[in-house]
Design a protein around this ligand. Structure first.
Ligand SMILES: Cc1cc2nc3c(=O)[nH]c(=O)nc-3n(C[C@H](O)[C@H](O)[C@H](O)COP(=O)(O)OP(=O)(O)OC[C@H]3O[C@@H](n4cnc5c(N)ncnc54)[C@H](O)[C@@H]3O)c2cc1C
Length: 442
């Protein structure tokens, strides 16, 4: 099959068009590399669009924003289209903003194309085979960036990875996002204020209706509904964020256990279970919860949200203590302040660490370089980290920052005709100072 715009060989091949892949491709493209971004869906965004995940998790301390650059440009593109308020956004706005950035960076974007094979020459990747409408075509490249979330290039290329918990292999719970409309927030939030004990203590109850509000709990309603057989016993609480002045809210509530989000058979099971849970929650809200009487289901995500599957093993594996002790690195390429957040299975503790407002951790460049490969980088959800550290690093702002750094590294390797390991980290840092410079910097 002849795809007219495809080049004979690319400098940088970015696999997977989620927020990490978009950031990587835009950065490398802007730095003059010939870049292709390959995505299996007919649109970009990954979890941010197909998974309908919103809002962007915490990425600032005191008055300092830790992730800027391409991430902020994405935000601005959504705000321009009135598709983002505070840190919450609509998937459609994300797609518009991302495509604009990719086009302006002259990235070749190839959609509806599934990567099915990685062709190696010793410890280098030579090319990928992709499936487009039944045709198998080969894409050759010099540097490859795996931003598939599931470390597909690492897996298909037989490089080193770990999946889930290092000891038990357990993976975080899956969640099918959904959005509802027709909610009377004045009544709904009045109920919440009067029943604070029925909600998480981390909530702030001085609601400003013009801003995004997070509500999580309704513990007694959930417990009662489970006892009555109206709700799956896997659902622990109801969690939504309001989309201001719209009567709409986005729900991160379904809790799908014991399945592996990197296999088609488990994702199929999850689709059935997730939709059943969503419908149960919608009915429960309408029947039992003040403010939701006239509400309705607007949409469910295109795919079940996957928090973790495989992570590459890199030259450095980010550790739990790097996060909890706010470690700094000479080769830092990204910063974060979000705590370890693990949605556990039935027989394991969930965890959500609260972090202080006055410090941040850093991510070293080495965590982006796949340890047993010469020309393969990773960014975003499949970065090299322990399961616990990954629980903090997996959020969208940090995924964008690691993506942007991987694009910078790849472009520098091409420009200077070096391998990714030969590039001086200081040169990479210079290209992403907006994500590093800080009065706290070591
Ligand atoms: C339920 C849930 C709730 C979350 N809540 C939040 C939150 O509130 N705030 C926050 O900031 N983060 C949250 N996250 C985390 C965040 O959404 C993700 O970790 C982040 O978006 C990952 O981005 P990524 O680009 O690394 O991967 P992804 O978004 O997963 O993108 C990977 C892309 O690669 C493509 N791909 C995969 N395999 C192939 C292949 N073989 N061929 C071609 N393309 C392929 C996929 O289609 C996808 O587009 C949540 C995640 C989940 C699942």
């Amino acid at each position: 099959m002849n795809v007219r715009f495809l080049k004979n060989e690319y400098d940088v091949v970015v696999a997977g068009g989620g927020i990490a892949g978009i950031s990587a491709a835009v950065k490398a493209g802007r730095l003059g590399a010939k870049v292709i971004l390959i995505e299996q869906y007919g649109f970009v965004g990954g979890m941010s669009t197909a998974g309908m995940v919103s809002p962007f998790m915490k990425h600032s301390i005191k008055d300092e924003i830790l992730v800027r650059g391409i991430f902020e440009e994405l935000e601005k593109g959504m705000i321009k289209r009135k598709g983002m308020i505070d840190n919450g956004f609509y998937a459609s706005a994300f797609r518009f903003a991302a495509l604009e950035l990719l086009r302006n960076a002259r990235v070749d974007v190839l959609l509806n194309a599934s990567i099915i094979k990685v062709n190696r020459e010793k410890d280098r990747i030579k090319s990928l085979n992709i499936l487009i409408h039944g045709y198998d075509i080969e894409i050759r490249g010099k540097v490859f960036i795996d931003t598939t979330g599931d470390a597909q290039l690492v897996y298909l290329g037989n490089f080193s990875y770990v999946k889930g918990d290092e000891k038990t292999g357990k993976l975080q719970a899956l969640t099918l996002f959904f959005r509802m409309g027709g909610i009377d927030f004045v009544r709904a939030l009045d109920y919440v204020k009067k029943h604070k004990e029925d909600f998480f203590s981390w909530m702030t109850f001085d609601f400003d209706l013009a801003k995004i509000i997070s509500v999580a709990g309704y513990f007694s309603t959930v417990k009662k509904a489970i006892a009555q057989g109206r709700l799956s016993e896997d659902v622990n609480y109801i969690f939504y964020t309001t989309l201001p002045e719209s009567g709409e809210a986005s729900f991160n509530t379904s809790n799908i256990l014991g399945l592996d989000g990197s296999t088609s058979s488990d994702l199929t099971k999850a689709e059935f279970i997730g939709r059943e849970q969503v419908w149960q929650v919608v009915n429960l809200l309408r029947d039992d919860i003040p403010g939701f009487e006239s509400s309705y289901l607007l949409e469910t995500a295109i795919q079940v949200g996957v928090r973790e599957t495989r992570r590459a093993i890199g030259d450095y594996v980010v550790q739990e203590e790097d996060i909890t002790k706010f470690r700094k690195f000479d080769d830092a390429i990204a910063r974060g302040c979000y705590g370890i957040d693990i949605h556990g299975q039935k027989d394991e503790e969930s965890r959500l660490d609260e972090m202080p407002e006055n410090d941040f951790y850093e991510v070293p460049l080495r965590a982006l370089i796949v340890s047993d490969a010469k020309n393969l980088l990773v960014a975003g959800r499949c970065i090299s980290a322990t399961r616990k550290a990954h629980g903090a690093l997996r959020i969208m702002p940090t995924s964008s920052a690691t993506g942007e750094a991987s694009g910078a590294l790849a472009a520098l390797a091409i420009k200077n005709n070096k391998s990714v390991r030969e590039v001086n980290p200081t040169e990479v840092k210079r290209l992403i100072l907006h994500n590093l410079s800080s009065r706290f910097s070591s």
